[in-house]
Structures are given as C-alpha cells and as structure tokens.
Design a protein around this ligand. Structure first.
Ligand code: ATP
Ligand code: MG
Length: 399
C-alpha cells in the first residue's frame, strides 16, 4: 500500500453550527481511544477532517476499526505531496497504479488555497491527461467512474485520495446525553441499543433477572451482549436487577392476564429510578408496534403511565426480519438466539391481555406493595462495567 494517511470526514456533525467544535473534539477523543491499539498512528484535527498518519500501522486494520466509530461519514486513504504541479502529477499516477482493479476514472481536484495559480478545472484536465498517457488500462468516465481520484491543494501541501470507504454515520457517542436502555437477552433490545447509541446517546443498560428461575447462563448472555455493544461506545455500564420477589408477588396477587402488564409497569418504575440516579434523561426499549401482546398501543399506554421520562423505541416501526438483519450485522444475533429463559417468560400466562386497561392495572396494583418491591429491587442492583472485553465490579468507579 502506498498510503501514509487516512482522512476521516464527519458528515452530519458539520450541521451542528456553533456546537461543531465540541462534536469534533468528542469524535477525535473517540478515535484516539479506538486507535490506542495502533500506537504508531498519529492523529491531527483539522477544521474539516481528522488526519491520521499511519506511520507503520496497517491501513486496512485501522480502517476496520474506524468503520465502527459513530460520527464518521467516510474515510479516505491518502498520500501527501508538495504543491508543485509535477509532484501532484506523480502522486496521482501512484494512486492510479495502486487501485489496479479500476477500468474507468475521474479526477476531482480543488484548490483549498485560492492563491494557487491553477484552477480546479485546469487541474482536472492536466491530471486526467497525465493518467491517460501513463495508464493504458484506464479510460475517463465522469458520471460513474470505478475510481474517483480526489486532489486537494492546500497552502503547503496537496493531498491525493484513494478509494473512499463509507463510515457508519450517526453522531459521536455521548453528545446526545445518557439513555437507560432495558436490555433483555432477546434479539430486539441490543439492536435498539445500537441504534440509540448511533444517534449520539451514551447507553447504560438495565436487565431484570429472576434467579433461580433464570440461570447464570442467562446472565452471561446479557454480559456477552453488553461486550458486543461496548465496541460501539467506550466502557459499557450494566445494571442487574434482582426481580424474583417482584415476580413472585405479582404471580400471587395479580390475575394471569394482567401479569405482564403489571410486571412491565414495575420494570419501568425501577428503570426510571435507576435512570434518575445515573443522570439518564430517557428510557429506551426494543419494542416494535404490534409484535407481541405487550406491544399494542393500549398496552404501551398502560405501561407508560408509571413514568414521566420519555421512552425511546427506535424499533417501533420496524419488522422483525429487518431487526434481525441489523442484529446479524452488529454480531449480537448469535448471542440473542441462545435458548436460556428470560425473566419475562417465567410465570407467564398463555393468554396475556392484549388491550390492558390502566384503571384495572391500578386496581390490581393496590394488592401489591409496589413501592417496597421497587425500592428493594433498586437497592439490590448489581452494577458492572464492561471495559476492554473484561467485566469488573464497578461500585467504586460509579460512586
Ligand atoms: P427483545 O427481543 O428485546 O427481548 P421481545 O420481542 O422479546 O424483545 P418483550 O419480551 O415484550 O419483547 O420485551 C420488550 C422490551 O422490554 C424489550 O425489547 C426490552 O427492552 C424490555 N425487556 C424485556 N425483558 C427484559 C428484561 N428481562 N430485562 C430488561 N429489559 C427487558
Ligand atoms: Mg424478550
């Protein structure tokens, strides 16, 4: 490979007006964090892009990591030459020869320094002619070229770019604030976590478990999902809620067809308390409209009534197949289909109420010590931080 640099462009961040600088600094920090595994790479922030000098690091390896960083629109490998026209010509030829698979090309040159004596269109013609003369396998196609060679002439140097690679897009993690996501072991909620993080939210997850009815392997499944999700942000905080007593109390006091509704109302109360403690401004779930009994509008109304926090449901309008496809892309699918029991599946009715009514739900809750059950669950939360692939109790770090 001839490329000494990777140039990272931000895309949507550039819409953020006065906040742009903050966004770019956050992205720069995220990139630095991710590239710690490539100690020789040097990162420099410019107004429009981040420039990574590879030194001896492999461009393909660094690219693979950058492709997962939220806030990056695209990445181009690049070489740098002086602003002398002969040097630029030679540089363009090196790029054309490197990208051997292409049959057609186009030059897209521009002057960043308007004092540079040769205009963009003249540069295009000159450099295009140079390529045609030296590379007999290449023809010009200005509409749909296999290879677009971009050239940017700056004050002291010119950059020549190879094939652009598309980034994951979105916004840098944390720039939208913190969200408490209800993470089950299923297919949907990890995808909801990914999509919410992609819009710049810092995700913390809360998981309800009911030992001994749910096993250690079910807990391990959620930890493994969290490890995958960590790859998209920094460290990942997971709150494990002891939910057995609440579920047993619900089973003993609530008619079968309302158990899911009441159970979910308790989950939301516990999640809200945890969110407020941790500075999260919203809850998020993997619900999708009409997917199961607890995901009808009537059900969502009855369940939502226990909290004033906004509840983000990024999958609300998505079909299961589309959700599963994203789960496969982000490598959570294989973990999610492991067959261990979730707390929701124990004590559950064969025929849950699909249109639960709020006043009925409130009446059934009078027979439960709701506040005590919620407080007991919140106090019993075990919090772990997942960082660099390991899990550790993080109580001290969180205080
Ligand atoms: P998923 O695939 O995410 O488990 P689902 O289709 O199985 O979703 P439900 O079981 O009704 O649907 O759960 C809906 C949402 O409620 C989940 O997406 C998740 O956000 C939350 N949830 C369900 N069970 C748990 C749990 N044990 N701990 C935390 N959140 C849960
Ligand atoms: Mg589920």
């Amino acid at each position: 490979m001839i490329y000494d640099y990777l140039v990272v462009r931000f895309g949507e961040i550039t819409l953020k007006g006065k906040n742009k600088k903050q966004f770019v600094i956050k992205l720069e920090n995220d990139v630095r964090e991710k590239l710690r595994q490539f100690p020789q790479a040097e990162i420099k922030r410019h107004f429009d892009d981040l420039e990574i000098k590879l030194n001896n690091e492999k461009s393909a390896d660094v690219l693979n990591v950058l492709k997962k960083v939220f806030g990056i629109q695209n990445i181009s490998p690049a070489i740098k030459v002086g602003t002398d026209l002969d040097e630029i010509r030679a540089g363009v030829l090196r790029v054309a020869e490197q990208e051997k698979g292409a049959q057609t090309f186009k030059i897209a040159a521009r002057r960043k320094d308007k004092r540079y004596p040769i205009h963009g269109s003249e540069l295009n013609q000159d450099l295009g002619g140079t390529v045609l003369r030296h590379c007999d396998w290449l023809n010009v196609d200005v509409h749909n070229p296999d290879l677009m060679i971009r050239v940017e002439v700056g004050y002291h140097e010119a950059r020549i770019y190879g094939k652009e690679v598309v980034g994951v897009g979105g916004l840098p993690v944390g720039t939208s604030g913190k969200v408490m996501l209800l993470l089950s072991g299923g297919i949907d909620s990890p995808v909801a976590a990914y999509l919410t993080a992609k819009r710049g939210a810092l995700i913390e997850a809360i998981h309800f478990q009911s030992p001994p009815y749910t096993s250690d392997r079910a807990k391990q499944k959620v930890i493994d999902l969290s490890k995958r999700l960590r790859e998209f942000g920094g460290k990942f905080v997971l709150h494990l809620v002891p939910f057995t007593n609440a579920q047993v109390a619900i089973r003993d006091a609530v008619p079968e067809d309302y158990r899911i509704t009441i159970m979910r109302r308790l989950m939301f109360r516990i999640a809200e308390k945890t969110a407020l403690k941790r500075g999260a401004m919203a809850l998020a779930t993997g619900e999708s409209l009409g997917q199961v009994a607890s995901q009808t509008l009537e059900s969502m109304n009855t369940i939502n009534a226990v909290t004033n926090l906004p509840i983000l449901r990024p999958l609300i309008a998505m079909d299961k197949l589309d959700i599963a496809q994203i789960a496969k892309q982000i490598d959570t699918y294989e973990i999610s289909i492991r067959p261990y029991e979730d707390c929701c599946t124990i004590f559950l009715p064969k025929a849950p109420r699909t249109r639960p009514d709020r006043t009925h739900a409130e009446r059934f809750e009078h027979k439960l010590a709701v506040d005590a059950l919620v407080n007991e669950a919140v106090e019993g939360i075990e919090t772990i931080v997942i960082d660099s692939g390991s899990t550790q109790d993080a109580v001290s770090e969180l205080l």
